[in-house]
Design a protein around this ligand. Structure first.
Ligand code: FE2
Length: 401
């Protein structure tokens, strides 16, 4: 069934709903090795005991040690939960909630990528609702009484923006992934530490960078009214990524560019919170789930096909981004500027070494994928509503021949 008319009618709804979700207003601490300041931050907040959560990979690299040491020096007791070895699920959240309650943690420190961040958000919320089982917390909107436990987020990749987003993606008891928006999420500090991203594998840097780019681009394109500051942050995110992602691909240890990418990724998180995503994500989620493609790679595959398909509708916004990033002279026409912007994205994908990704889609899957894309798209306020035919036309561009 083509849900086009229904989707078109409700397309502004997500943008209106999201405005009623209070957003965290974290203090941002930025620098190479900046996580050593966490001890003094916790001390200043008056915390006596905190829960530090990270994943097994980062623990093997010893990335949590500087945080543990700084907490020790500040006289703050730290319990460590370093067993995250998968995407968030009920068992991980249960363990974290139990630890946080047993040690009476006053704050959760999340060191890691999107999985650690999302697990910690659910832990920080669950502690405030001890009477509820974790599985009952997994709903579309989780309204936390007051606020969650305070969180300090320390992203180890420059990509997801999960350090500030109010959503958490968790696998439920049936093995299905679902997104929960936490109403009352209290991220008090974001620590942007380039020391954590500087040794990331090239593919991770590239795919995460493209994911971050998709957040700020889709935010800018969305049909959601936002404050000038939020719109500016998204544009600035686009500029930072176009300028600095090629640098970190060429010079992985360039601290200035690594920090710029961390900042851009955080702006991407703000874009998701305030402007929502769009069809690049609807397609990427669908082909990612169907063919088991990591998010950043699925995003890269879908970015140009979607952007080219909606060029006519988005011409002015593409031109705005091109002019903001100084890709063209002010006198250039919207059409020229828009084409320059698309060309910059094309070149960036090549620079990142992601232009040879295999095209995964098969015609036999069009029907199922179309349903998936249409269903996912109702979470966003995209600039145009794709009909089923539109969706298939975009799928054809990433079809294996
Ligand atoms: Fe994304």
């Amino acid at each position: 069934m083509d849900t086009y008319k229904f989707r078109k009618q409700i397309h502004k709804l997500p943008g209106k709903v999201i405005h009623h979700v209070p957003l965290p207003e974290p203090q941002v601490v930025e620098g190479h090795g900046a996580r050593v300041r966490i001890g003094e931050i916790c001390k200043a907040c008056g915390y006596k005991h905190v829960l530090l959560v990270t994943d097994q990979t980062l623990q093997k690299l010893g990335y949590e040690q500087k945080i543990v040491q700084s907490l020790e020096e500040a006289g703050v007791v730290c319990s460590l939960f370093a067993d995250i070895d998968s995407e968030p699920n009920i068992a991980l959240i249960d363990t974290g909630r139990k630890m946080a309650m047993e040690c009476q943690a006053e704050c959760v420190i999340a060191l890691g990528g999107g999985s650690v961040m999302d697990t910690c958000k659910m832990i920080a919320a669950g502690v405030k609702m001890p009477h509820l089982k974790t599985k009952t917390l997994l709903r579309k909107f989780l309204v936390v009484p007051g606020k969650t436990l305070p969180m300090i987020t320390v992203p180890s990749t420059a990509g997801t923006g999960a350090e500030v987003t109010v959503g958490a993606v968790v696998t439920n008891a049936r093995g299905t992934k679902g997104s929960t928006v936490l109403v009352g999420l209290d991220v008090t500090h974001v620590i942007l530490d380039s020391e954590l991203t500087i040794h990331a594998p090239q593919l991770v840097t590239a795919a995460c960078g493209m994911d971050a780019l998709s957040h700020v681009v889709e935010g800018t394109l969305s049909d959601v009214a936002v404050y000038v500051e939020d719109a500016y942050h998204s544009l600035e995110g686009v500029r930072l990524i176009l300028q600095h992602l090629p640098v970190v691909m060429r010079e992985p240890e360039n601290i200035e560019s690594r920090l710029a990418m961390c900042r851009a990724a955080m702006y991407g998180g703000n874009a998701i919170n305030t402007q929502l995503a769009g069809y690049i994500h609807a397609f990427a989620h669908s082909i990612g789930a169907k063919y088991h493609i990591p998010h950043g790679q699925a995003i890269t595959l879908m970015m140009l096909p979607v952007m080219e398909y909606q060029k006519e509708v988005c011409l002015e916004k593409y031109a705005i981004m091109a002019r903001y990033c100084h890709l063209v002279e002010e006198s250039a026409s919207d059409n020229e500027a828009a084409e320059c912007f698309l060309q910059a994205v094309r070149e960036l994908i090549v620079t990142c070494g992601l232009d040879k990704l295999e095209l995964p889609v098969q015609p036999a899957d069009y029907e199922e994928l179309t349903r998936m894309v249409a269903a996912d798209s109702i979470n966003y306020s995209a600039p145009m509503t794709f009909s089923n035919e539109d969706i298939v036309k975009v799928l054809e561009r990433v079809t294996k021949v």
